[in-house]
Write a protein that binds this ligand. Structure first.
Ligand code: GLY
Length: 587
């Protein structure tokens, strides 16, 4: 989010590409060797201990931010469904049990890699309504307003229902009604509110309480209490209509009509034609490699796949051996690789239907070699003034699924800010996104910091706003499924996701350690290395300062959920920074 508006929102919130088929499709018949893991020492004072255990499943594993949603996927796999069926079940269940980011009023991205080697991605990002215009979020004096963040005008046209239904129809084995059954049951019969939901709603009361969610999520001046059996009849009805009629209930039928009527009442700009025209898009995955491992990730309209590939290519081009984890030398190279990849991200990427994205160039090894040569190992390079500031989404959620046949799905979905635009559609029971804020608000014009934001990501009707979501599936050098990973956290999604990948590949950490290791972030501008508080040793901090890095300590970087192959099965780890509120579900 733009810095000027981070404060304001803080106040409000208070609160089909085909890969070579592996030798055999199933895990148990192949049982490939997993490279041995190495112990790691975290800096003194770091909040997490190394050497913790991960959840283990011999047959399958699901990791999401909400255990009941992971359990929905578990139920589907046990009933004979595959990873795509389970991912769709998790996605709809998150819309019920994790309303801060799980959604049907938002959008997302899904990366699929089937055990037979087929790989695909589906883009169900929101699009700008047809009535959207380039300067719609400026007031009469040319100052940015808050309307891209909160209220009825902040929403893009939702893509979640179309995307999940489309993924299911092509790669799933169940009907929509089967995959949605756990979500419908939890909305209709209720689920027991946990302390995570209570805490999240309580801290967002000033935000959510501005609109119709106040009567549903708050009682007697407080959020619904932990232990309450929470039923959502309006959402249950909506989900049942979608299960019975398919996505047309949302885009052409009763649910859409209700959404449009609410928009009209509230001053929003989404009309019937916007919903009728919405399409989820199958896109060719970005297939990159890192030291012999293959990665499948998301092309634009997300920047995630390009930036992860570019940063890792730069790191690979810096040499066959990387400096040890936790040293200033390593943090400098990693931060410098991110800085360069983010400069490209901020200036060159946008919806490919509107912008000519140089995808081949940005993900090529040759380009990375050229960028690697610009890194001085002893001196930090300043970001040029036109390196572009980027929007920083506040809340999103990622889930990783591996089934008992070795099919894998990485999905990231979002309303943008927690509880989206705060607009809750009470007749149909869901929150609307505020994804319009992911566009560059003032392209071509300096903002209050004198920074110029990317023209490629300017608002236009029907255009997808650039995302940082980075669902990624990694194969080992033998072509076997190795890691399913992704994150929430705006641009920090990219750096957090790639650091988990680097931690398990280069530093041979266990997944539990890779997830607990302190993270860093560089996004070109602000030209600062962000590091988690107590995440640097004294030596590393001194070394980075000598090289010229400005260091900014922050409380926590991103929210990752990952599944990794280990001997005999799968490990799953949900984000430790979320205080144990996520949940794996396995067998
Ligand atoms: N809304 C956050 C993102 O798409 O990157």
């Amino acid at each position: 989010m733009k810095p000027s508006r981070v404060l304001a929102v803080a106040l409000l919130v208070a609160t089909a590409c085909r890969a070579p088929a592996p030798a055999s499709s199933g895990l148990r018949s192949t049982e490939p060797a997993v490279p041995p893991r190495r112990a790691v020492t975290f800096p003194e004072g770091w909040r997490f201990k190394a050497g913790e255990k991960a959840a283990f499943g011999e047959h399958f594993m699901i990791a999401s931010n909400q255990v009941l949603a992971s359990d929905a996927g578990n139920e589907i796999i046990r009933a004979g469904g595959n990873a795509v069926d389970a991912a769709v079940a998790v996605g709809f269940a998150l819309a019920v049990t994790y309303p801060v980011a799980g959604n049907i009023g938002g959008g997302g991205f899904m990366v699929i890699r089937m055990a037979d080697g087929r790989a695909a991605t589906i883009d169900y990002r929101e699009v700008a309504p047809l009535a959207a215009s380039r300067n719609m979020y400026f007031d009469a004096n040319g100052n940015p307003t808050m309307e891209s963040i909160i209220g009825y005008r902040a929403s893009g046209v939702p893509g979640a229902v179309a995307g999940m239904a489309e993924a299911l129809s092509k790669y799933g084995s169940m009907t929509l009604a089967q995959a949605m059954a756990p979500a419908i049951r939890m909305a209709r019969d209720g689920f027991v509110v946990d302390s995570q939901l209570y805490g999240s709603l309580r801290s967002s009361q000033g935000y959510v309480g501005r609109f119709d969610g106040k009567d549903v999520f708050y009682k007697d001046g407080d959020a619904i209490k932990p232990g309450t059996l929470f039923k959502q009849p309006a959402l249950a009805r909506t989900l049942q209509l979608i299960a019975d009629q398919g996505p047309k209930a949302f885009y052409h039928g009763e649910v859409g009509d209700s959404l449009v009527a609410a928009m009209q009442r509230g001053g929003g700009i989404i009309v019937k034609q916007d919903l009728e025209q919405y399409k989820a898009i199958w896109r060719t995955p970005i297939r990159s490699t890192y030291r012999g491992y293959a990665m499948y990730s998301m092309p634009p309209s997300s920047s995630g796949g390009i930036v992860v590939a570019e940063a890792l290519n730069i790191l690979e081009a810096l040499g066959d051996t990387v400096p040890s984890w936790g040293t200033a030398a390593y943090d400098h190279l990693l931060g410098s690789a991110y800085q360069r990849a983010f400069i490209d991200r901020n200036s060159k990427l946008g919806d490919p239907a509107f912008v000519n994205v140089p995808l081949e160039q940005l993900t090529s090894k040759e380009y990375a070699r050229a960028l690697a040569k610009t890194i001085d190992r002893n001196r930090k390079t300043p970001t040029p003034p036109n390196g572009a500031q980027i929007a920083d989404g506040m809340h999103t959620t990622h889930y990783s699924v591996v089934d008992d046949k070795g099919n894998a799905v990485a999905t990231t979905t979002t309303l943008n800010n927690g509880y989206g635009s705060a607009v809750y559609l009470k007749n149909v029971g869901f929150f609307m996104n505020d994804e319009m804020d992911d566009f560059a608000a003032a392209p071509g014009k300096p903002n209050m910091f004198g920074l110029v934001q990317g023209e490629a990501n300017a608002i236009a009707p029907g255009k997808r706003m650039l995302s940082a979501m980075s669902p990624t599936i990694v194969l080992d050098p033998q072509g076997q499924l190795f890691l399913v990973v992704g994150a929430a956290g705006g641009p920090r999604i990219i750096t957090a996701t790639s650091q988990v990948i680097l931690n398990v590949i280069d530093h041979r950490m266990s997944l539990a350690d890779a997830m607990r290791a302190p993270r860093l972030h560089h996004q070109a501008l602000p030209d600062t290395l962000m590091v988690e508080t107590n995440g640097l040793s004294a030596d590393a901090e001194a070394g980075l300062k000598r090289i010229g890095h400005g260091i900014k300590y922050i409380g926590g970087l991103a929210n990752v959920n990952a599944v990794m192959r280990v001997k005999g099965g799968w490990e799953g780890v949900t984000e430790p920074r979320m205080g144990g509120t996520g949940g794996t579900s396995a067998h």
